[in-house]
Design a protein around this ligand. Structure first.
Ligand code: C5P
Length: 211
């Protein structure tokens, strides 16, 4: 039987008031490409997506969310149906402690905000993994392999895809990515710059081989 993929994509938005939020430049292209590649491989796909300007991949079950907390709730709810989980979303690590119910007025002085941690979705999935295959992404601006290995251990992952987001020609927002994949045995596969569609195909095939 073909496995069910649970894939996350895009940024999250952490609201400060009804019209302002903290976010990041993730376009969702990598996650959507993964959802399409998994569907093309004949698998069932659940795609939990932050706000993006992309057309939903046909045949995937799309669940839209905004905040990290919402993503946590939906991913946790869908987890029991999932065999392979790929967390490609750029989840915010912090959110404003309070979200005001009315638009904040500007004052004359500087503004200090207290930010609190959001749930680490992937780490919580790693704690109750059982037979599932868990794949994370690591967007780094240095020490790619070391950071990726650390995250893999901390979050109990089977595979991690790491890319250097300080490069302009790949990563956030781009149609291209230059990534390396580290598998459970610690083997590092360095891939050349390629389209996110092609990279998605490689990741999905590797997941299916290891499942
Ligand atoms: O720790 P870092 O954010 O770099 O880890 C990256 C991986 O963890 C990604 O796969 C991302 O989707 C996931 N993540 C998560 N929940 C968070 C932060 C990151 O699931 N709060």
């Amino acid at each position: 039987m073909k496995p069910t993929f649970l894939i996350t994509a895009g940024p999250t938005r952490e609201y400060l008031d009804p019209v302002r939020f903290f976010s990041n430049p993730s376009s969702g292209k990598m996650g959507y490409a993964l959802a399409s590649a998994a569907r093309d491989a004949g698998a069932s796909v659940i795609l939990v997506s932050g706000p993006v300007a992309l057309r939903p991949p046909k045949g995937a079950r799309l669940i839209r969310v905004e905040s990290a907390q919402e993503m946590y709730r939906e991913v946790t709810r869908c987890y029991r149906d999932a065999d392979i989980v790929i967390m490609a979303a750029a989840v915010a690590d912090y959110r404003p402690e309070k979200c005001l119910s009315k638009k904040m007025k500007k004052g004359r002085s500087a503004l200090s905000l207290r930010m609190v941690r959001t749930p680490d979705i992937l780490a919580s999935l790693g704690e109750k993994k059982r037979k599932r295959l868990l794949v994370g992404f690591a967007a780094e601006t240095g020490s790619l392999v070391r950071e990726a290995r650390r995250k893999m251990g901390e979050k109990n992952l089977d595979m991690i895809v790491a890319n250097d987001v300080s490069r302009r020609d790949t990563g956030f927002g781009s149609d291209y990515n230059r990534a390396l994949i580290i598998d459970k045995k610690g083997t590092v596969t360095r891939l050349p710059r390629m389209s996110k569609d092609r990279l998605a195909g490689i990741i999905v095939r590797q997941c299916l081989r290891n499942f």
